[in-house]
Write a protein that binds this ligand. Sequence first.
Ligand code: PBG
Length: 330
Amino acid sequence: MTDQLDLPHRPRRNRRNPVIRGFAQESWLTSQHFIYPLFIHDGTGDIPIASMPGCARLDMDGLMREAQGALEDGVGAIVLFPATPESLKTLGAEEAYNPQGLVQRALRRLKVEFPELMTITDVALDPYSSAGHDGLVAPDGRILNDETVAILCKQALSQAEAGADIIAPSDMMDGRVGAIRSALDAHGFTDVSILSYTAKYASAFYGPFRDALDSAPKSGDKKTYQMDPANSREALRELELDELEGADMVMVKPAGPYLDVIAQVRQATQLPVAAYQVSGEYAMLKAASAKGWLDERSVALESLLAIRRAGADAILTYYARQAARWLKQG
Ligand code: PBG
């Protein structure tokens, strides 16, 4: 008498040894997939961000240090997010396209010091708007679409002039990808790419980011332009429009709670797909790890691998450098 089951199919055979598991592995994480978001400010010294341990508002030297570190760790692209003093914020967000603005100056210096580093810039008015919104706000509180798109084009142009390699509109105004493409082309920036925040949700997971930049809306919320977390068909509609308007790459944001959307977008497009592991996702992993409730390295790498498995090609993550180093250690 044997207790052996009559089992012809045993999936565990493909998991029984590391070499065999290697044959069966379907997705990978390498530093080539990472994009590193960085916060900058116009003062001296780096100011730590309480809700994002390990991240800081960097001064210009701090930015250069992180840029060099990223390259050394094998991370080839960064995204810049500026903290703007209240004194420079206006209803019209004019600072967004100041050729001597913080982002523009940072880009010029980065291009001199690290020409091989790909620089990505955020296009949206919230860091510069006294109302804290991504678009212009009418007296009655409405967010004005077409008027905003005109400003976004100026912002994108000033970033391209300063050396941005990839322009990433995160504002969710209608028609901005097409308008920015035309503006860039008309000014000879035919090689500057557009990474569109195609499906950007009105998510509470952006909380720590808004702390980092003091950029929370002064009134109202972002639900009239960012997407409803209940929806995924709508993401495919945004995707279709962004493709027609000339996006080079598309993005889903946040990433972890929206893996189904990443998977659907991956299926529906031939373009590279990026996903943004946002500040709140990072803060959760950091907080639980600090308490000893989760093993940081394992959960961080697992969360990033899951985003890749869902279909993302590139991942924006505050873990970029750290994860690249973990992967190097093997
Ligand atoms: C600004 C912008 C936001 C993020 C990226 N670009 C915040 C927002 O839309 O309110 C969030 C990123 C993060 O939480 O890490 N338009």
